[in-house]
Design a protein around this ligand. Structure first.
Ligand SMILES: Cc1cc2nc3c(=O)[nH]c(=O)nc-3n(C[C@H](O)[C@H](O)[C@H](O)COP(=O)(O)O)c2cc1C
Length: 236
């Protein structure tokens, strides 16, 4: 048995003024945005993106995704509560296993260093930038993704498939997003503010809006590992 080589990930340069029309263009255009404009997100775009995401596959078609969305005054109340929590206590997020931590360091260098221009030893600057997670990076539409507490790992796959479909549908409509495990570090605050029932586990936050075109870190191309590190393909 021999492993066959896998072609490398294509690099596509997108013209920001051309509408996205192919799946490949939309996948390339989606990226994590960490500074949003206050411009409100039109409800029909959200509704049509949610309708598309609803077509995602899931184990036994259980459709395990649950989403709580807030805009306007509700959004402001939630952001204020999460931000206040983040200034008084550390978020409760499971630590990354040791062998994966280098990915986070590399990402931090790229996002906070190259993207935001914060020096590695500038602890205050870094802390202030990290705190912006808990303001949902200024997004005018914020979400919390949940799943029933009795469900298992397999079903979180279904939530992931739905979430990526939603991100791509929003991207196609010119919107930007950031999935945020950081805000899920304050589940009780989110539960209270969004009236999330006990039987749902909070998985992550979601920031949605129009990206700030002046913010350099919104235009990073975060590297991926070679396909060979992710996929084994046997042919004989
Ligand atoms: C489950 C999940 C949780 C994430 N949590 C955060 C987060 O808390 N804060 C943040 O800035 N980015 C977060 N991200 C964004 C990742 O850092 C980002 O997807 C990754 O670095 C690849 O970059 P790209 O999305 O721009 O392609 C998260 C992404 C996922 C899928």
């Amino acid at each position: 048995m021999s492993q066959q080589p896998i072609s490398s990930i294509p690099n596509v340069d997108l013209d920001p003024h051309t509408p996205l029309s192919t799946l490949s263009q939309i996948v390339h255009a989606r990226h994590s945005t960490r500074m949003f404009l206050p411009t409100p997100v039109p409800r029909p775009i959200v509704d049509s993106s949610l309708a598309l995401a609803q077509l995602a596959p899931s184990n036994s078609n259980i459709q395990p995704w649950r989403l709580f969305l807030a805009s306007g005054a509700a959004r402001n109340r939630i952001v204020a509560a999460v931000h206040a929590a983040a200034t008084t206590s550390a978020p409760n997020i499971p630590p990354l296993p040791e062998s994966f931590r280098h990915y986070r360091s590399e990402l931090g260098l790229e996002v906070y260093g190259h993207g935001m221009g914060i020096a590695k030893d500038d602890k205050e600057g870094r802390a202030a930038a990290v705190l912006r997670n808990f303001e949902f990076f200024g997004a005018p539409l914020v979400g919390v993704v949940c799943m029933h507490r009795d469900l298992e790992k397999t079903d979180s796959l279904g939530v992931g498939m739905w979430l990526e479909t939603l991100l791509l549908a929003l991207t196609e409509q010119g919107l930007s997003t950031c999935v945020e495990v950081s805000v899920a570090g304050y589940p009780e605050v989110l539960r209270k503010e969004l009236d999330i029932p006990e039987e749902l586990t909070v998985l992550c936050g979601l920031a949605i809006g129009y990206q700030d075109p002046e913010f350099k870190a919104n235009f990073l191309h975060i590297e991926r590992q070679p396909l060979e590190d992710s996929v084994v393909f046997l042919e004989d």
